[in-house]
Design a protein around this ligand. Structure first.
Ligand code: BTN
Length: 288
């Protein structure tokens, strides 16, 4: 007989969200045992005029989507796959700021729920002890220059055992369980994440990006001032990280290539790409 789905995650989520922990996010919440991708489902709901704050959560994804056309490994029973529909009255150019905002919310939740020490790799990978435990995929729908909706999709490796990661990812990805040595309550983590996300979203709407950007930089200390290479569609850029600007773009000071009489440093704004830290990420004790 096939295994029956375990509904304890959904039951705990619904019960915790019946308390007024959030005002906007998770109201309503759509839960699926298995879905292709929570982002695809949320985008469909957004096109059908679903309300801001609508959340889609699944226990497993069969077609989890990652950044840059990659896939996101999404086994059942262990992790968190969640997408939120937001409808900020902002220009389309502000959408990437929400990815950075979401990574801060995840980092804050990891601190609160696990006492692990997270760091953020631009734009929005959340790492613990140098290994990726969370990825964020933000997709938008726009009406001309104005945002119509933004889907913030968050995948957190919560209780995944090492064997659930494909072999080629095992030295780069991990889960909170593997880092902490004991399981993490998925429902409590999800509700705490929605709470942090809502707080930061309201702050962003009221005060703009700088406050969120400062919080982001607080988690990105392993990147600031470091030598990195960034793979962008046009090639590879090498330089030193200066921080992020008001739009959330990464500022990298690069030296013009050899061949010039006097190489001149220049700061480049990078809007999308894959960052590699030249000396690698710190691999010290992950626990506070
Ligand atoms: C990345 O490549 O780092 C981004 C991964 C984003 C994965 C999450 S899981 C929930 C949501 N649904 C998806 O299909 N993708 C995002």
């Amino acid at each position: 007989m096939a295994d029956l789905p375990d509904h304890s995650f959904e039951t705990a989520l619904v019960s915790q969200l019946s308390q007024p922990v959030t005002r906007l996010l998770g109201r309503p919440l759509h839960f699926f045992d298995t879905i292709d991708s929570t982002n695809t489902s949320a985008a469909r709901l957004a096109r059908e005029d679903a309300a801001e704050g609508t959340v889609v959560i699944a226990d497993a994804q069969t077609g989890g989507k990652g950044r840059l056309g990659r896939s996101w490994v999404s086994p059942p029973g262990v992790n968190l796959y969640l997408s939120v529909i937001l409808r900020p009255r902002k220009p389309a150019s502000a959408a990437p700021q929400l990815s950075l905002l979401a990574s801060v919310a995840v980092a804050e939740t990891i601190v609160q729920q696990t006492q692990l020490v997270p760091s953020i790799k631009w734009p929005n990978d959340v790492l613990v002890s140098g290994k990726k435990v969370c990825g964020i995929l933000t997709e938008m729908q726009a009406n001309g220059p104005q945002l119509r909706s933004v889907i913030v999709g968050i995948g957190v490796n919560i209780n995944a055992p090492l064997a659930s990661f494909p072999e080629e990812l095992q030295d780069r990805a991990s889960s909170l369980f593997l880092m902490r040595g004991e399981p993490v309550d998925r429902a409590a983590f999800a509700v705490s994440l929605l709470t942090h996300l809502e707080k930061l979203y309201v702050l962003w709407l009221e005060k703009g990006f700088p406050v969120v950007g400062a919080a982001w930089e607080g988690y990105a200390s392993e990147l600031l001032g470091k030598s990195i290479t960034v793979t962008v569609p046009e090639g590879i850029i090498s330089g030193t990280v200066h921080g992020i600007d008001r739009d959330g773009a990464l500022l990298v000071e690069s030296v013009s290539p050899e061949g010039q009489a006097r190489p001149s440093p220049r700061v480049q704004r990078i809007l999308a790409g894959d960052v590699t830290v030249v000396d690698g990420y710190r691999k010290t004790d992950p626990v506070n």
